[in-house]
Design a protein around this ligand. Structure first.
Ligand code: ADP
Length: 326
């Protein structure tokens, strides 16, 4: 039975053979498995944890490819469903010359959006310790209702709820809707991973990471982890706020770094027996910093290879890096 269950989108990322040119000027793309919650599930498994995935895959070659990839990586797929009503979703992703990330999504409709509340496997959620979700599956129906339904089941069962605020601006009908929906989801989470940019967007507080993270704590979560790219991350709880430095690497593609970071945190929480909202509140500052160093190393290593799932590090890679780079 999985310790960490992630719900949401599994899709195909198309990444450029030559990065940094912008999508319009990219001559060719490589196909890579992706989708943030699927990446987290694989990430946990690579780091030595037991993970499961809940989602809907297209009954097409890309859906088969995702199934095979997740299976090969030891992710429990017993709660995954398939559909012929829509194809597996696609995302073309690259960096522009100015370093900004650029996306084109092919999603309306796509298989993961069609996940229905009635398709959520309650026993699968009950058997786990940590339940992880992101905000992409909250954008369209019926996946949004299915996700909220699953979160509600997990909360009722006393699970630790982890949320990745994965703002993908072009997917939302408006930024106002995005902010409103993300705020709603934050109220359901105990542990939140958010990038600095996303944090300022949601809270409408600028350039004050501690004040902005404090604002998130007021919505309900007890731990907010703000990812800072090469800078590492910032931990905010009701007792303290502290920055944990990142690791210096030669970054070739940062896709999946945030998911590797999340996987690192969740894997270590399970190992430390922190599997309930109450236990999360009692984790010491020292322990949380240690977990974040591990997660920063996992994130940094992911940046050294192309793609998301294909770049997620194994446990030994992270441990070696921690020794080498400390
Ligand atoms: P997200 O993908 O959620 O936007 P980030 O890009 O901030 O998140 O990356 C997540 C984590 O991965 C960071 O907190 C950091 O630990 C690590 N990381 C990201 N980019 C780099 C980089 N260029 N060099 C080293 N570590 C990085």
């Amino acid at each position: 039975m999985p310790d960490v269950v992630a719900i949401g989108e599994a899709l195909i990322d198309f990444i450029p053979t030559i990065p940094g040119k912008g999508l319009a000027n990219t001559p060719a793309f490589e196909k890579r498995p992706g989708g943030a919650p699927a990446n987290v599930a694989v990430g946990v498994s690579r780091l030595g944890g037991k993970s499961g995935f809940i989602g809907k895959l297209g009954r097409d070659e890309f859906g088969e490819f995702l199934k095979k990839t997740l299976e090969e990586n030891g992710v429990d797929l017993s709660a995954v469903v398939f559909t012929s009503e829509a194809k597996t979703g696609l995302a073309f992703v690259t960096l522009k010359e100015n370093g900004e990330r650029e996306f084109i999504f092919y999603r309306r409709p796509c298989a993961d959006i069609l996940l229905e509340p009635a398709e959520i496997n309650k026993a699968f959620i009950s058997s786990s310790s940590i339940f992880h979700f992101g905000t992409v599956s909250l954008i369209e129906q019926p996946a949004a209702s299915a996700t909220y339904h699953a979160v509600s089941m997990a909360r009722k069962a006393g699970k630790l709820i982890s949320l990745d605020v994965n703002l993908r601006e072009p997917l939302w009908p408006s930024l106002e809707t995005a902010r409103k929906e993300i705020m709603k989801s934050l109220q359901l989470a105990h542990l939140v991973k958010v990038s600095e940019e996303e944090l300022y967007f949601i809270t409408e507080i600028k350039e004050n990471i501690d004040a902005a993270a404090e604002n998130i704590l007021k919505m309900g979560p007890s731990v907010v982890l703000v990812t800072l790219g090469a800078g590492g991350c910032y931990i905010k709880t009701r007792k303290y706020g502290i920055k944990v430095m990142g690791f210096e690497v030669k970054a070739v593609d940062t896709t999946g770094a945030g998911d590797a970071f999340t996987a690192g945190i969740l894997t270590r929480l399970v190992e430390e027996n922190v599997t309930s909202p109450q236990e999360l509140e009692t984790v010491s500052q020292e322990k949380m910093v240690d977990l974040c160093r591990f997660a920063n190393a996992a994130g940094a290593l992911t940046c050294t290879k192309k793609g998301a799932i294909s770049a997620l590090p194994a446990r030994t890679d992270v441990e070696d890096a921690l020794k080498r780079l400390s």
